[in-house]
Design a protein. Sequence first.
Length: 137
Amino acid sequence: MSETTTAEDRSAVLLGFKEGDLIQEFGYDEDVDFALREDIEDLTGEELLDEDAQEVADAVLFWWRAGDGDLVDALVDSLTTLDDGGVVWVLTPKAGRDGYVSPADLQEAAPTAGLRVTTTEAACPEWAATRLVGTRF
């Protein structure tokens, strides 16, 4: 297996990020995937914005675990500085890992927060990434 990673192989590309994107991160803790965070920062050329940032973000990277609280409230809060047309990537621990969140929980919470689930990707070894976008009326 080659040690060279092409742009197409990068997790940040898989998630749709590009150079110049501002990504706001929620739910940061010691268990996040640091390689994914670094990949996103390398690709975008920007540091991840923390939860308190007031800049308009192109996307949200949301680490969520069972027991973190009310998912609907957290999703609504994450939309405060999200640009129109921006996406929310919710990263949850994969099945069998501490903090696992059922996909059904995301499916249920998203519409209440004004979002809909579009796809799920395996962006990193321990976390599943679910893409949420605004609903259209």
